[in-house]
Design a binder for this molecule. Sequence first.
Ligand code: NAD
Length: 262
Amino acid sequence: MGQVQGKVALVTGGAAGIGAAIATTLGREGATVVLTDLDTRRGEETAAGIRAAGGEALFLPQDVTEEERWREIIAEIDQRHGRLDVLVANAGIAIIAPITEMSLADWRKQTAVNIDGVFLSAKHGIPLMRKSGQGGSIVMISSVAGLRGSAGLAGYSATKGAVRLFSKSVALECAGARDGIRCNSIHPGIIGTEIWEKMPAGAADARRNAPIDPRVLAEAGVPTGQLGTPQDVANAVLFLASDASGYVNGSEIVVDAGMMAG
Ligand code: NAD
């Protein structure tokens, strides 16, 4: 029996990267997975991959910054399954720029996806979690950049720090006899995904004035010198989604091979 057998899970940004690994892992471990993303083609492919491996998965297009779409997504999950047990707020973007060169529009764009999107996930997901009366687990994907400042990624760092404390607030507000909902954050280190390639054209490391290569960053900043994989993060999400973490609430798991240990 899978570690999340019978649970209904929603994963945002589930088409690619870390979100796809999370959706696939939860599907493999017995959850019915609803994954959402801006990228319909890859979202459908990821869902089809989960089904081909014997799991249950549905893709729904979504921009996490749009509140009306959140209402529709949650209503559809309610109609299909009548419950929501696991909510993984994973969708996120990173915009790199020195503070003095960052436009207010870019600052707000990043804030909209990384903070508003996470807030809306909790606002609309929690009522359906409450409905079953059996609690649930919310996992918010922050970053090591949410634990310390990052030159060149100040706006990203600010959003990820906000996610960390928002997660703890949800944990306090929704724990206890009435809701029994747990909420925890995960702080990945340097993970090999396309997020590094998607940073705006001409983006440069504010300190080195050179394109960012995550492998170089990992070699320099990670004690093992290794780049992490989406699966490394998905494994931590699986623990938090499963009943094995039943006493873990308001906590943070750092998945960085020791980058933050020093
Ligand atoms: P990614 O770019 O590979 O995947 C992100 C997914 O989110 C994409 O499929 C994208 O289409 C989707 N997305 C973006 N904006 C969206 C929106 N408005 N609505 C819905 N979907 C949207 O990135 P990733 O590396 O897999 O990142 C996943 C999460 O992990 C992010 O929150 C990111 O900040 C965090 N993270 C990544 C790293 C890393 O090194 N890759 C490290 C720490 C934290």
